[in-house]
Design a protein around this ligand. Sequence first.
Ligand SMILES: [Zn+2]
Ligand SMILES: [Zn+2]
Length: 265
Amino acid sequence: MKKRFKNVNIALPLILFVLIGFTACSTDSDGAIIIEEEAGEEEASITELSSAFDQFSDAVTVILSSDGTQIDIETTGFPNHRSIYWETDNTLYEDEPNVRKTTENTFIGGGRGEASSFTVDAIPDLTGATVATELGTIGIAVSGSAIFNDQEGMGDLDEAAGSLDWAGAHKGPGVYHYHLEPTPITSDDDSLVGILMDGVFIYGRQCSSTGTNPTDLDASGGHTSTTQYETEAIYHYHIINEVYPTGSYAYEPAYVLFAGPFQGY
Ligand SMILES: [Zn+2]
Ligand SMILES: [Zn+2]
């Protein structure tokens, strides 16, 4: 994983802060300047990225904004593991006889661009509002590839299950993406799976805080506890330990990676 800090001229944020600071100020009846309320509305910031980001492959670049309030996450989209979806002359290509590729000439890097990026709040906004996930990328896995939800554009995930490889992933014309527990990354353990677009990390079916499959998960598969990367309790998701009936999936049992909704927007 390439970690770097945005190279921004420090003078600009300082000037902006001074300008905003002055416009936000007001005076009370005694003429004293009141700025504390405005300061309270500032976005929460961090000074250092979580060590969880060290788990991401070299395909992923993570940048903490200069003011520490936001994190940019960029990826090439290419997974760092074997799949039938690589081109046959790629060293990571693996024949999977039971997988029915979406189309024969579909392969990683052979369609539209697979790079993607998104920006999250450095500290997710966990105020209780939830947001449904949509079709398309909902997160980035530590392997570098995209995380999708439990829906498929052309119909139910069940109908597409036969095209999912051993990693619980496939690709159509768009990016290679996971729908199911990605076994190259985690298989009923507590490994970090990735980060979702609401800035919340998602882990495997077990939690490092207890060494077991957690039983206190909310509707999104989330709960608050320590993790192997956080000594302070932090809200995070897990893959829910519930078998998903996929029908024609070649590698059953299947576990949906994330069905939503987001809790961190
Ligand atoms: Zn899909
Ligand atoms: Zn946990």
